[in-house]
Ligand binder design. Structure first.
Ligand SMILES: Nc1ncnc2c1ncn2[C@@H]1O[C@H](COP(=O)(O)OP(=O)(O)OP(=O)(O)O)[C@@H](O)[C@H]1O
Ligand SMILES: [Mg+2]
Length: 319
């Protein structure tokens, strides 16, 4: 039993996702579309720009418990061979993005304006269009889904359900972001840095999406940041040191390799201050000749505007 546990820090109750072994990996029971994305699309040159922003894929877990590694010899078989996959679906094995954090603040932001595909019935398409129209999705390209935020005073994780993001108007999105990045939890100067860092990553993701011909239906931007003040401070110190060490090799002087790279170079056991990735690729497809996904791009722009607004508020509060 201990080798296959529900993802403890996972936002919401996704019964199809389990953390395994020491918690560094997750097993997600998925539809064929998502398996195809990881096995066929991600390795292709068309998705090269996006690869750094996608969870590391380690292999497919077949329904009888055998593992098909990802072909790059990265699968630590000892960690997963004992798993008995009860369901009929296949599962994918991914890095657990939350693993390096002590108190992970996590938000899942659903991207895009279109949530239907050609295979859906007219009724389902109409339902999907209605949801997009009646939520912030159509207007802004994002919908806040569930999120969790560490409250250091109460020493508890505050959970905000999907229904919140579904019910709010576009004008209330800044209030939502404020709940995810509240003042009072960590010092203002760290909040300022964390927003700058997240913004930097979201810009890089936007540029990669802009350069990729795809349709990403129902995918999300997952933002994670360290909610434990002391750990966050140490994580920044460690990353600053690393950035200084890397300066010679890294001509722009940033420490991007720590957030976007396919291998997370974490200093000893300390995680990064934050991590931003794209997740949920059940309905992501290569769209040759069709250009980038404009709905997803709109959502990333909205996210950048919201982060900018929150940064201004934090700077004013700090002044
Ligand atoms: N690689 C990962 N590491 C850590 N947490 C993850 C990872 N992938 C997904 N999660 C967590 O699980 C949640 C659900 O993931 P995902 O959207 O891929 O699953 P899903 O079953 O397709 O969910 P839904 O249909 O509700 O969108 C995410 O919001 C995130 O909190
Ligand atoms: Mg999802």
């Amino acid at each position: 039993m201990s080798d296959k546990m529900p993802l403890a820090t996972q936002v919401g109750s996704h019964l199809n996702i389990r953390s395994i072994a020491d918690g560094s990996l997750i097993v997600k029971s998925c539809l064929a579309g998502e398996k195809d994305f990881y096995t066929l699309l991600t390795p292709s040159e068309h998705f090269a720009r996006l690869r750094p922003f996608i969870p590391r894929f380690l292999g497919v877990l077949r329904s009888k418990g055998s593992v098909e590694p990802n072909g790059r010899g990265e699968m630590r078989l000892d960690k997963v061979t004992q798993i008995v996959n009860g369901g009929r679906r296949e599962s994918i094995i991914l890095e657990n993005l939350v693993f390096p954090f002590k108190r992970p603040n996590i938000i899942d932001i659903k991207l895009g304006t279109v949530f239907w595909n050609k295979n859906m019935s007219p009724e389902k398409r109409e339902r999907m269009e209605k949801t997009a129209r009646e939520t912030t999705s159509l207007e802004t390209g994002i919908r806040l889904t569930e999120f969790q935020v560490w409250d250091p005073t109460a020493q508890t994780m505050v959970m905000v359900p999907k229904s919140y993001g579904k019910s709010i108007a576009a004008s209330e999105l800044p209030a939502g972001v404020k709940r995810f990045i509240p003042t009072g939890s960590v010092p203002l100067r760290l909040l300022e840095r964390i927003i700058e860092r997240i913004t930097h990553d979201v810009r890089r993701i936007r540029d990669a999406v802009q350069a990729t011909e795809m349709r990403m239906i129902g995918g999300s931007l997952l933002i994670i940041w360290e909610g434990d003040s002391e750990t966050l401070e140490k994580a920044f110190e460690a990353w600053d040191e690393r950035a200084a060490e890397d300066e010679d090799e890294d001509d722009n002087g940033s420490c991007d390799n720590t957030t976007g790279g396919s291998t997370i170079k974490k200093p000893q056991k300390l995680g990064p201050p934050s991590l931003v990735k794209l997740v949920d690729f059940a309905q992501t497809q290569f769209a040759p000749g069709e250009g980038p996904d404009e709905g997803v791009l709109l959502g990333l722009k909205t996210t950048l505007d919201l982060l900018d607004g929150r940064l201004k508020e934090i700077r004013e509060a700090a002044a």
